[in-house]
Design a protein around this ligand. Structure first.
Ligand SMILES: Cc1cc2nc3c(=O)[nH]c(=O)nc-3n(C[C@H](O)[C@H](O)[C@H](O)COP(=O)(O)O)c2cc1C
Length: 203
């Protein structure tokens, strides 16, 4: 889909298609669409992307030299009004798929901090949301993942807006037995949509 058609990016990072985090994301997205927003879905596991090689070429140009699927992602993130990331908790943090995706924004970090030419500015008012699901009941199991999502949004000049973290959910699709969780994802999706719509479009 061309960049100008994207309004909101819904980024699922579990390798499980229709896994728990992706299902929550789908309920969240349903609320955005009901409010008339255009949502594009991306499954990170389906992208052909390499991890950042720390080659530092981007320190001079602000661009990544790796010619893979990230090249079509950058303009979409630059054009979107908002983004929602969804991740399972793996070893107390984000999925590896999402961490690779995030690390590939090192070129945006360089563009912002070294070259003083950010790809997105805070004044554009772009918003970021984070959804995570983990098997363990302890609250601490979500905290590191959320911290990384916040650092990501900060570095790419998206305003972090909020998060949902569900714990004690393990088997694929187990979240479907938690109607309250699905309803909450829909409700916070509505609030997120209202916040996006209250801001001037910059996409
Ligand atoms: C490699 C791997 C590591 C995991 N590590 C954790 C963990 O540290 N904490 C936790 O709460 N759940 C952990 N889990 C369980 C998943 O977070 C859980 O099954 C979740 O519901 C998966 O979401 P998904 O269906 O969206 O992939 C792990 C699962 C896998 C496959």
């Amino acid at each position: 889909m061309p960049a100008q058609k994207d309004t909101i990016l819904a980024i699922s990072s579990s390798p499980r298609r229709h896994g728990n985090s992706e299902l929550l994301l789908q309920f969240f997205v349903r609320a955005l669409e009901k409010k008339g927003l255009n949502v594009s879905s991306i499954r990170v596991n389906d992208l052909n992307i390499r991890p950042c090689q720390a080659c530092d070429s981007c320190a001079k140009t602000g661009e990544c030299i790796l010619k893979d699927d990230m090249q079509s992602i950058y303009p979409r993130v630059a054009a979107a009004r908002a983004m929602v990331l969804a991740s399972p908790i793996y070893f107390g943090t984000l999925s590896g798929q999402l961490k690779i995706f995030i690390d590939r924004f090192q070129c945006w970090w360089q563009a912002k901090y070294q070259l003083k030419k950010p790809k997105v500015t805070l004044e554009m008012g772009k918003l970021g949301y984070f959804i995570s699901v983990g098997a363990m009941k302890k609250k601490e199991y979500c905290e590191d993942a959320l911290k990384i999502a916040k650092i990501y949004y900060h570095n790419i000049n998206y305003h972090y807006y909020g998060s949902l973290c569900y714990r004690g959910i393990d088997e694929k699709g187990a979240i479907l037995k938690k109607p309250d969780a699905l309803q909450e994802a829909y409700t916070v999706g509505e609030l997120f949509a209202e916040e996006i719509l209250s801001r001037k479009s910059n996409a």
